[in-house]
Design a protein around this ligand. Structure first.
Ligand code: GLA
Length: 679
């Protein structure tokens, strides 16, 4: 077992002599895994049906001789120009009817039978040739599915959408019922009349939009499956495709079922002060998608990227600190895009492990240091082992792509960012030093003591029943605003929202939404929505609420905080109902961060979870327990001091009293604090 180290290796960008230097430097850096061939379709099949594998044979042999394992790509992420020039219908079309052109990448319609067939043919050749190559460790299918083209509105997609709908609904009457086409005279007489939701005069049918999101996810997943099927015929090696964190178009719960190992690309902005809590949330998602199993950080940057308007470099030590942040949260691989920084092309100003300026550089020295350290960490075993160990959590947040798609549709009661709401809760819980998993609302929840359900807009009856059963069985359930407003087809749960099961377990119903609203911006320019004032001991006194508010009616619950102003004055903002030995809370707004922290402290206590004692001084010190180790990472500008006993495996010295500079890391084993793993 090892913590993989390396990155995307694109030797086709370089003359042959450079390849020898590449493998020599890879050995120097401790590179153990290289992702090869991601964008090499045009090189592997320069003309339709004419294949050239000689160069790739040589690359794989070179890597093998150097002891570098290979994550071999199926090379289907960017078709060569000849595909679109011969088959223009393979080019994707936007919702405005614009057909995208060649000369960039990912220019394929996911539903195109021509694209899928040519891709399958290429994968067949690759698999036949390399399935038994001794360098192979992993298959890397395509690359970042949907990154640039997640929805295609062309005629080929339209036909595929109709077939998908026919399968889902069986009859056009059923489609009309579920889509609510009685509204605005949208009735269809046959499936042939149904279109993708292209740009239209005003609001498009919400259920049509939602189904098109589902369909688009399914079409990309079908592309993935079709390649995987080819691989599985000839190879038993594990398969992955690189995810992109919280990527709205793809329901990664569905995708995660089909990969052997979860892998992720993540490029937090070094200039963003919230990068650390946000990346922590992304890493927690990747661990959760794999059911807790170790995952791979497939891509990150050694320093700057090139695709932001302004591209901040990483501070000295930051690449290392951020890499340990991923390891702490369950990663067993630290990889980068890309090995050698390009000299030409759109990404030549994106950092690499080998920078433009060569090896006498701070980036290269950090690359070598991290490689050495990860190799040493990989060798630890027994109580000190890190590779393969878990990050146990007693807190979970329900995450639901259908709700994400739905609440952000035009026509919702308020402008709600699904992700920011989830992030607000996640970052407060992690700031207490507690581990958090993401779960599906229908999942088995008995491993958790506290489950939070923010903005679960489209609640199915089984999901509602599962959440209620968790509270009935002794769990602490926290339901946030915007939950259970509709079912999975965007039909409103009548009679007070929430659905029957949550209404019962929460002991409330909702009379009307009253989200804070600024005056109409276009008319008066009056600006941002004002906060809604509220107060309650449970929030630490008076506080502001944001994003949402509503008129909550209590039937069988205690009111722990109330709104204090305007039409809402005196109405409940936070309620709690004891439910057997558990409890069910409702929070009708998004309290400001300090109040949310107060609230979370109560929730954690209510759930019987102990907040771990501080492990280090300092404001921006991240503390994560993985296996028997405590990771202490100083993201702040000032020095921090480690307060726990045990041994720092990075230095071999005593942990207690260790002073960590900015970006400093300690990995403490044998500490009594580590035993509380998971809080
Ligand atoms: C993505 C892609 C890579 C590269 C990087 C740049 O992660 O997979 O090919 O474009 O972005 O950050």
């Amino acid at each position: 077992m090892t913590i993989w180290y390396g990155g995307d290796y694109n030797p086709e960008q370089w003359p042959r002599p450079v390849w020898d230097e590449d493998v020599r430097l890879m050995n120097r850096a401790g590179v153990s895994l290289a992702t090869v061939g991601v964008f090499s379709w045009a090189r592997l099949e320069p003309r339709p049906g004419e294949y050239d594998f000689d160069w790739l044979d040589e690359v794989l042999d070179l890597l093998h001789a150097a002891g570098v394992r290979v994550d071999l790509a199926t090379a289907t992420a960017s078709p060569p120009p000849w595909l679109a020039l011969r088959h223009p219908e393979t080019l994707p079309v936007t919702e405005d009817g614009v057909r995208l052109a060649v000369g960039s990448r990912q220019q394929y319609c996911p539903s195109s039978p021509v694209y899928r067939e040519r891709a399958r043919e290429l994968v067949t050749r690759i698999v036949e040739r390399y399935a038994d190559h001794p360098a192979l460790e992993l298959w890397h299918v395509n690359n970042e599915y949907g990154c640039h083209v997640s929805h295609c509105y062309c005629e080929v997609s339209a036909a595929a959408f109709r077939a998908w709908l026919q399968q889902r609904y069986g009859s056009i009457d059923e489609l009309n019922r579920v889509w609510g086409t009685a509204f605005w005279s949208q009735r269809y007489d046959s499936f042939d009349e149904v279109q993708p939701p292209r740009t239209a005069p005003t609001f498009r049918n919400p259920t049509q939009l939602l189904d098109f999101d589902r369909f688009s996810n399914d079409e990309l997943l079908a592309c993935f499956r079709s390649e995987v099927a080819v691989i599985r015929e000839r190879s038993t090696l594990p398969v992955t495709t690189n995810f992109m964190g919280f990527f709205k178009p793809l329901d990664y719960w569905a995708w995660a079922q089909e990969v052997d190992v979860v892998s992720d690309d993540t490029y937090p902005d070094p200039a963003d002060p919230l990068s650390t809590p946000y990346a922590a949330m992304v890493h927690d998602l990747m661990r959760s998608l794999g059911g807790g199993a170790p995952w791979l950080l497939m891509e990150q940057a050694t320093s700057a990227v090139n695709w932001r308007p302004r591209n901040a470099v990483k501070a000295p030590g930051q690449m290392r600190a951020w890499s340990y942040r991923a390891v702490a949260r369950g990663a067993d691989g630290i990889l980068f895009f890309q090995w050698r920084q390009s000299a030409v092309g759109s990404e030549k100003f994106h950092s690499g492990l080998v920078p433009h300026s060569g090896t006498d550089t701070r980036v290269w020295r950090e690359v070598e240091q991290l490689g050495r350290e990860l190799a040493a960490l990989s060798a630890l075993d027994g109580d000190a082992a890190i590779v393969g160990t878990l990050v146990p959590a007693r807190v979970a947040i329900a995450l639901d792509w259908t709700s994400w798609w739905a609440i952000e549709q035009p026509g919702s009661p308020a402008e709600v960012s699904y992700l920011r709401t989830i992030f607000a809760w996640h970052s407060v819980i992690t700031s207490l030093g507690l581990a958090v998993d993401f779960v599906q609302a229908e999942a088995e929840l008995s491993a958790y003591s506290l489950v939070l359900v923010p903005v679960h807009f489209t609640l199915t009856d089984p999901q509602g029943a599962n959440l209620a059963a968790f509270a009935d069985a002794g769990g602490t359930l926290v339901t946030g605003f915007g939950t259970g407003i509709t079912d999975e087809n965007l039909h409103v749960h009548l009679g007070g929202y929430l659905g029957d099961a949550l209404r019962r377990v929460l002991g409330i119903w909702i009379e009307e939404f009253a989200p804070p609203a600024g005056a109409d911006l276009e008319a008066t320019g009056a600006g941002e929505a004002p906060p809604v004032p509220l107060k309650g001991e449970v929030l630490g006194g008076a506080a502001d609420g944001h994003v949402w508010a509503e008129f909550v009616r209590v039937t069988d619950a205690d009111t722990l905080a109330t709104f204090t102003d305007g039409a809402l004055a005196g109405w409940p903002a936070v309620t709690r109902r004891a439910s057997g030995s558990g409890s069910a809370w409702y929070v009708a707004t998004l309290p400001e961060p300090s109040a949310l922290r107060q609230l979370v402290e109560q929730l954690v206590a209510d759930a019987g979870i102990e907040v771990p004692a501080p492990v280090a001084t300092g404001e921006q010190v991240e503390v994560v327990r993985r296996g028997g180790a405590v990771f202490v990472i100083n993201h702040g500008a000032d020095e921090a001091e480690v307060l726990v006993d045990g041994v720092d495996v990075l230095t071999g010295g005593a942990a207690s009293g260790l002073r960590l500079p900015s970006q400093g890391v300690a990995i403490v084993v044998g500490s009594s604090s580590g035993e509380a793993a998971g809080g």
